[in-house]
Design a protein around this ligand. Structure first.
Ligand code: AMP
Length: 395
């Protein structure tokens, strides 16, 4: 499979699937341009080669053509971020799209209208994918955020570019970084898995057990494990029907020589509120009427020690209710330990869901090795699934 660096885009039109699904405020202004910035290197590479870019993306979840979901609202911000005036066409297929593409010259960028104005996009319709494919000479997939969807523009379209296709820099680096943990990770490899529910993390845990040496289980999901082992967890979050599964994970981990680290203690509260009364309790002796909302000081110490002795770290999910300042200390503590370990030479990947938000909130993004840009897509990669947007490119 060729990379974007192998292709000379001179006088070529690159049809790039980007993820410009950015947040807009009530005035329809872009409030966070991270995703546009993430696509910039691939776009600049094409322009510097002397080619042109036809960008296609979705925005939100429109039902049919809805003005508030038009990509025209992001043209000004995209032009500012990319440093080139972005042209816009009010359709992604048909005569007006074809005319706009034909008029595009080297060094120029054209943004097509929201792909999801057509239901055929999400349906993965082959005819629609074929029409889209006529908008460019070379297909570049750089939309990691939608790589887990088998949509027309993310997967189906690749068949119309048998030799003229490649991943963009962003998608390539997401794959490369996940492989640095799951394929070529240096031991000791530690996974820190937190968050609310065992049920949403079970497939990840099962997939990574063969690859890791240490598993830190934190956050709300830890209480299902503690209860399954006979502990008193008071009113803490629990999935009663997942207790057997929790015990199964523990015995599978033991069979594979993976050391599992559950919290030793917890910061407990008498209600689910930042203003609640708080105390610290051993993890298995939480009184009735109280709930564990953060990792306690002994757990923080133990978790940090494991992380500091690791060469490779995967972090998915906070170890407490980090959105509330009084229960954010455990997540900050483990985030700082991962940052320290990274400074000492470890490779650290933060991916999938709320740990990415935590890393941003606590200004740790630059102190870990890689922060994934795709929530659902990264979760599915960690679950061991082959993403449709990647698979069809390799076919
Ligand atoms: P997830 O999306 O599964 O990674 O879960 C993240 C959510 O888990 C965050 O919103 C946290 O507030 C929540 N969480 C973490 N620890 C706890 C806890 N001990 N009790 C309740 N919710 C928690």
């Amino acid at each position: 499979m060729q990379t974007i660096n192998d292709i000379d885009f001179k006088d070529k039109k690159a049809l790039i699937r980007v993820d410009f699904n950015v947040p807009l405020n009530e005035n329809l202004e872009v409030t966070d341009a991270t995703r546009i910035e993430a696509a910039k290197p691939s776009i600049i590479k094409v322009l510097e080669d002397g080619g042109s870019c036809v960008l296609m993306s979705h925005l939100g979840r429109p039902s049919g053509k809805e003005d508030k979901f038009s990509l025209k609202h992001i043209v000004a911000k995209a032009s500012e971020v990319l440093g080139v005036q972005v042209k816009f066409v009010e359709d992604c297929v048909g005569d007006i799209a074809t005319d706009a593409v034909n008029q595009l010259g080297p060094g120029q960028i054209l943004l097509l209208e929201n792909l999801r104005f057509y239901s055929e996009e999400k349906e993965g319709n082959v005819d629609f994918a074929k029409q889209l494919s006529e908008n460019g000479d070379i297909y570049v997939n750089d939309a990691f955020g939608t790589a887990h969807r088998a949509h027309a523009s993310t997967a189906v379209i690749a068949q119309f570019f048998p030799d003229q296709k490649c991943f963009g820099y962003l998608l390539a680096s997401e794959i490369e970084n996940v492989n640095k943990v799951l394929k070529d990770g240096k031991s000791p490899i530690t996974a820190v898995i937190g968050g609310a529910k065992v049920s949403s993390k079970i497939t990840i845990i099962e997939n990574i057990l063969d690859k890791i040496d240490h598993l830190i289980i934190g956050g709300g999901m830890a209480f299902t494990f503690v209860k399954a082992q006979g502990g008193n967890i008071g009113n803490s979050l629990v999935e009663e029907d997942k207790q057997d599964l929790a015990l199964e994970i523990l015995s599978k981990a033991a069979a594979k020589n993976v050391s599992v680290h559950l919290p030793i203690d917890s910061v407990i509260a008498n209600e689910f509120s930042n203003d609640a009364e708080t105390n610290v309790s051993p993890i298995n002796e939480i009184p009735d009427g109280w709930m564990g909302l953060d990792a306690g000081p002994e757990s923080n110490k133990k978790f940090a020690e494991v992380v500091l002795n690791s060469e490779t770290i995967l972090w998915n999910g906070p170890v407490g209710v980090f959105e509330m300042p009084n229960f954010s200390k455990g997540t900050i503590h483990i985030g700082n330990a991962i940052a320290q370990s990274t400074e000492d030479g470890a490779f650290s990947l933060v991916g999938g869901g709320d740990s990415v938000a935590a890393v941003k909130q606590f200004n740790l993004s630059d102190k870990v090795s890689y922060v994934s840009t795709g929530g659902g897509a990264m979760l599915e990669m960690l679950e061991g699934k082959i993403l449709p947007g990647i698979e069809t490119m390799l076919a």
